[in-house]
Design a protein. Structure first.
Length: 97
């Protein structure tokens, strides 16, 4: 009876060991798949980040160009206003109001 019980216990331990081995193998496989999926997501995020940074640089450059053009136009408006004032004063010397 003891010998049969011992055999049963050893067999049971062997089955448990196989089950644990299979479970560990499954966990490792699952972890590897999840790691690969995370790596893919990281690569996608890096591509998105690079594209976003590039677009941000383009927008900032466009903003700089617009601000420069605005400054140029404001300078031109100021020159035109000064010219208008000068012409008005000049006209008043010939045609006083």
């Amino acid at each position: 009876f003891i010998r049969g019980n011992l055999t049963f216990c050893l067999l049971n331990m062997h089955v448990e060991n196989l089950t644990l081995t299979a479970l560990l193998k499954y966990i490792r496989s699952d972890a590897k798949k999840k790691n690969e999926a995370l790596n893919d997501q990281i690569e996608e995020l890096n591509r998105t980040l690079k594209a976003t940074e590039k677009r941000t640089e383009e927008i900032l450059q466009e903003k700089e160009n617009v601000m420069k053009e605005l400054d140029e136009r404001q300078t031109l408006i100021q020159k035109n206003e000064q010219e208008c004032i000068a012409l008005t004063k000049f006209a008043h010397t010939f045609f006083p109001v």
